[in-house]
Design a protein around this ligand. Structure first.
Ligand code: SF4
Length: 539
């Protein structure tokens, strides 16, 4: 691959569509041969960022409740990609026979090829990032594979020298009962199923799950299970390639342009820029007096922790001031209001002169009024999660940087229901910090959030949309509304609940029954359960 700076990009080689078509005949690629073409640096970076967005979308969907590769999973992934205007990344299928789409498809296949190799360079450095990349790439491959028809799969296998041949009809008839026994198909369907005879060592996953018939060292694999074998080959091919890429990295990094491009690429934020001085979600200007209320309603845990620490200690160290200062700027606090807010708080511990000399500069700097005069953007989750946090510092992401016991206590104080706390802590143990934050949002807003959390300011906007009634609330477990009857104890008072949807109604002349309408808020349910001593069933 050769790289050109943007000013040379006008001269770059643009391949015509017929050349691209012959080079990329298929939507599926094993990425065996690196690209050998001249590409503008800017274009290269754009393609790599697009691929990164696709892989992150896969990660998000994998952490949803949909079973992997189920129809719901595929639809969720398509929706996510559509929202980001990335549908071309899955509309590559060879089965799309549309002349107009042809050029776009071939161009995207080229983009797919080139960006894969660039991300290999970015993700080969550590064991953890290699594992992440291989996992998302394998899922992307399998997702695309599932969209191909059997003819295209045959062509793909032939091109990649995967010599799996379907067994002849006579051989199939001879062992038909055994094949059906190994994996039952209905009698009408079995005629349409093609079986491939594969050395059993290449189908270990299917053997492990007892999904294939074995005979004389061969596994008889139905065509719809072939994906499992081909995906395993893709994965092992990619693992090997990543190890080789890592070895050649020092040589490649001699080029300062590629070094600059790859530096921290895996930590790059790929979402919306929240460098706004206007709170677009409500259209109203934010003032310092509003921050206490907003911090309780709409701040993510990282910012709420910083706000509360600032209020209680009247001080934040440098990392906290930058992280929180940029966040409040992003939600719409003006420079004047920001100075007033910090000054009032800090002056409880120091005189105003000291504040003006030592701290006001950083605040004006955040707003691009000092130093290089850059209008800095609020930090994204990835940046905050990857920050190093020393003793006595309060910035960072609580899901990453808090001790589990402290995190539990913090969430309990913020009235997160116990089952949700447990789920969040489990996610944190598996290092899924942003998903944990999403569950926290869902638990504190009693709603489901499809978009995931990528940025503290996005969290804030989503929360405000719900509180202002601009987003449709999707109650968690919307189908959990249930009527329950129970014998009324001598005296029952309405429990102290913050959820307006919870109701206690009396029914019958003697007040002998209660009807509870529940909205899936486990904490509230538990409290009701405790009060009246009945078992409440969740649907
Ligand atoms: S995941 Fe992001 S928004 Fe949530 S607490 Fe961590 S840094 Fe803040």
């Amino acid at each position: 691959m050769e790289f050109q700076s943007p000013r040379h990009s006008a001269r770059r080689t643009v391949k015509n569509s017929s050349k691209l078509k012959s080079e990329y005949p298929h939507s599926l690629q094993l990425y065996s041969v690196p690209p050998n073409e001249t590409i503008g640096l800017q274009e290269l970076e754009d393609w790599a960022v697009e691929r990164l967005k696709v892989l992150r979308a896969i990660e998000r969907v994998n952490l949803s409740k949909n079973a992997r590769f189920s129809d719901d999973w595929k639809n969720a992934l398509k929706n996510d990609l559509q929202k980001q205007n990335l549908n071309s990344w899955y509309q590559l299928s060879s089965s799309i026979k549309d002349e107009k789409m042809d050029e776009l498809i071939c161009k995207t296949r080229q983009k797919d090829h080139v960006s894969h190799f660039l991300l290999r360079l970015a993700y080969c450095r550590t064991e953890e990032s290699r594992r992440w990349f291989i996992s998302q790439e394998t899922d992307l491959f399998r997702f695309r594979f599932s969209m191909e028809n059997s003819e295209d799969i045959r062509v793909f296998m032939k091109e990649n020298k995967m010599n799996f041949q379907p067994i002849p009809e006579e051989e199939k008839k001879k062992i038909l009962t055994k094949l059906i026994h190994a994996m039952p198909f209905n009698a009408n369907k079995i005629d349409m199923v093609e079986y491939y005879k594969v050395p059993f060592t290449e189908a270990l996953d299917l053997v492990r799950h007892r999904k294939v018939y074995l005979q004389a060292g061969y596994a008889y694999v139905p065509n719809e299970e072939l994906v499992s074998i081909i995906t395993a080959m893709f994965r092992s091919h990619l693992s090997l390639a990543m190890a080789l890429t890592m070895r050649s990295l020092p040589e490649l990094e001699d080029d300062h342009r590629i070094r600059r491009l790859l530096n921290d690429f895996d930590k790059r934020y790929t979402g919306q820029d929240f460098n706004a001085l206007q709170n677009k979600s409500s259209g109203a200007a934010i003032t310092p007096e509003m921050l206490d209320g907003l911090s309780k309603q709409s701040y993510p845990l990282c910012m709420r922790h910083l706000h509360e620490t600032l209020r209680s200690t009247h001080h934040l160290k440098h990392g906290g001031r930058i992280q929180y200062g940029l966040f409040i700027k992003g939600i719409g606090l003006s420079l004047e209001h920001s100075l007033k807010f910090w000054r009032e708080e800090f002056s409880k511990n120091m005189d105003i002169d000291k504040f003006e000399k030592q701290y006001a500069y950083t605040i004006r700097h955040n707003y691009g009024k000092e130093g290089k005069r850059v209008n800095y953007s609020p930090h994204s989750c990835i940046k905050i999660i990857n920050a190093s946090v020393g003793p006595g510092e309060n910035h960072g992401c609580p899901f990453k940087h808090f001790d589990a016991a402290v995190l539990r206590q913090k969430m309990a104080t913020n009235r997160v229901p116990q089952p949700a706390i447990q789920e969040i802590v489990d996610l944190v143990t598996r290092h899924h910090y942003q998903i944990a934050c999403q569950r926290y949002f869902e638990a504190t807003h009693n709603t489901e959030l499809d978009s995931g959390i990528q940025h503290p300011n996005q969290y804030f906007i989503e929360s405000q949309k719900i509180l202002n009634g601009e987003a449709k609330e999707k109650p968690k477990g919307a189908h959990k509304v249930q009527t329950i009857r129970a014998t009324l104890p001598a005296k029952v008072e309405k429990p102290d609940t913050t959820d307006e949807n919870d109701e206690i109604l009396r029914e019958g002349k003697d007040n002998h029954f209660l009807i509870f309408r529940l909205h899936g808020n486990h904490r509230t349910n538990t409290r009701f359960q405790h009060m009246i001593g009945v078992t409440i069933m969740y649907t």
